[in-house]
Design a protein around this ligand. Structure first.
Ligand SMILES: [Zn+2]
Length: 476
């Protein structure tokens, strides 16, 4: 059975399959602009993309995941100048922060993470091709614009009638688009190359049209061409990128290469609301992972919350939702503890398996896996998981083993981790083992051994909190 996913362009649910003769499934996702910390709205998109990648990999596809870093644009240049740093120093700091957040949230690192600055020669080459083919023109100041009227099928992703298209002033989420205020022939044209301005400081590069820097849209076209070729399997991003960014990417790429079918499938995730309101700087609700950790939540709880709604519906993020995620994870842990004991396993055996190692059957979690493959239905998948977890029947050791393996596998698909420490850091294996041995000793009423193992844990900087039906390990 293949993974089926809604495609924004065809508006149909379609199977994601390898093209004949291809070994990898090429997936390009628009990455962060590194001028500040990414907020939970950005991470909803990246977490959903991560679940898709894990699902495809478990389904047997070898995915090549490319996600770029936007490290040159108006915001990064302004930020670097305000911070008194070079653009490279400034963007590296925020790139490092982004990577740390991704790691905490359990996002698998992309196979290629191209930087826009590193790919300026490729962007210049693509713009040159567009000028040569009559799809772009050079303005008096040396800026270069894409001539939208030269691309008859412009608008096909968003089903926009080009004759009615006047402007690129708003994006597909209805927000103001940072329109390029340069000399355009038509309001619908967009900048490919921006001529050097005094406010750019030292951030300019040479081109056949004079010094300047690339426009924003062209970077994804140039980097996807460099790393996935003229056509590839899937392109992802938040819904706000659908217009004009992705529409412009299609036009630039197809006009520059002359090859139609830039991305075979378009995958957009809906908006995140916060406590029923739109996210905005002025409302102060652009939460970051660090802010939520400071409030006592873990990255794992945030991830659970961000993926818990269907990716095509807007998700209302609330603190009550984070609390529910905490309870849900605790419930999964209690159930797993009970089954581990029946199976004769310890928590040390319950590690989320790497995809290659997953050979086990899904057992009672087969319906959870099936529904996940149907348009990445995470809420449906969680519903199926809790149907199994809610069953109170006694199970045989064999059944318990199968259940524990099935749960580990489905949680790996979702990227949800059990038995993590309070600060979101995965427990060291030695600590997990000490905890499991102490719990076993206590269950066997060998209190001397249990005390000795507790002292070993304390010496290693950990404490064990016993509950009736399990325990938690916390750093001291
Ligand atoms: Zn992009």
């Amino acid at each position: 059975m293949a993974v089926f996913l809604h495609d924004t362009m065809s508006r149909e649910k379609r199977p994601l399959l390898l093209k004949p003769g291809h070994e990898t499934f090429g997936m390009y996702c628009c990455g962060p602009t590194v001028y500040g910390p990414a907020h939970i709205g950005n991470f909803r998109t990246f977490a959903v993309q991560d679940v898709l990648r894990r699902t495809l990999e478990i389904a047997g596809l070898q995915v090549k995941h490319v996600r770029n870093i936007t490290d040159v644009d108006d915001k990064t240049i302004r930020g670097a100048q305000a911070a008194g740093q070079t653009l490279a120093e400034f963007t590296q700091g925020w790139t490092d922060k982004f990577h740390a957040d991704c790691l905490a949230l359990g996002l698998l690192p992309p196979h290629v993470e191209p930087s826009a600055v590193v790919h300026i020669p490729q962007q210049v080459a693509m713009i040159k091709s567009l000028v040569d083919r009559g799809h772009a023109y050079v303005a008096k100041d040396g800026s270069v614009y894409f001539k939208v009227c030269s691309c008859p099928d412009y608008g096909k992703l968003n089903h926009i009638d080009f004759s009615k298209l006047q402007t690129q002033a708003e994006n597909s989420a209805g927000e103001a688009n940072d329109a390029d205020e340069y000399e355009r022939e038509s309001a619908s044209d967009f900048a490919l190359w921006k001529s050097r301005k005094p406010e750019d400081g030292a951030n300019f590069w040479p081109s056949p049209w004079g010094e300047g820097r690339p426009g924003w849209h062209i970077e994804c076209s140039a980097m996807s061409l460099a790393h996935l070729g003229a056509t590839f399997d899937l392109h992802g991003g938040g819904i706000d990128l659908c217009f004009p960014h992705h529409e412009n990417e299609i036009a630039q790429s197809e006009c520059a290469t002359g090859v139609k079918g830039f991305a075979a499938h378009w995958f957009h995730s809906a908006h995140l609301m916060v406590e029923g309101e739109k996210m905005s700087k002025s409302k102060g609700n652009l939460y970051t992972l660090s802010q939520l950790v400071d409030k006592g939540f873990t990255a794992n709880e945030l991830r659970y919350t961000l993926i818990s709604g269907h990716y095509r519906s807007s998700l209302n993020f609330t603190f009550a939702g984070l609390e529910s995620a905490r309870s849900a994870i605790a419930k999964l842990e209690r159930w797993t503890d009970r089954l581990l004991a029946v199976a004769g396993f310890s928590r040390a055996d319950f590690v989320a398996p790497a995809v290659q190692e997953v050979q086990t059957a899904w057992g009672r979690f087969a319906p959870a896996w099936e529904i996940l493959q149907e348009d990445l239905n995470v809420p449906g998948c969680l519903g199926q998981i809790f149907t199994v977890v809610g069953e109170k029947d006694e199970v045989s050791p064999h059944q318990a083993r199968e259940d524990v393996c099935g749960l580990a596998k489905i949680l790996y698909a979702l990227g949800i981790v059990l038995f993590v420490a309070k600060d979101g850091v995965a427990l060291p294996a030695t600590i997990v083992e000490l905890g499991a041995r102490r719990w076993a000793a206590k269950q066997a009423k060998d209190f001397a051994a249990a005390d000795r193992l507790r002292q070993e844990l304390t010496a290693a900087g950990w404490t064990m909190l016993d509950r009736k039906d399990g325990y938690d390990l916390r750093p001291l």
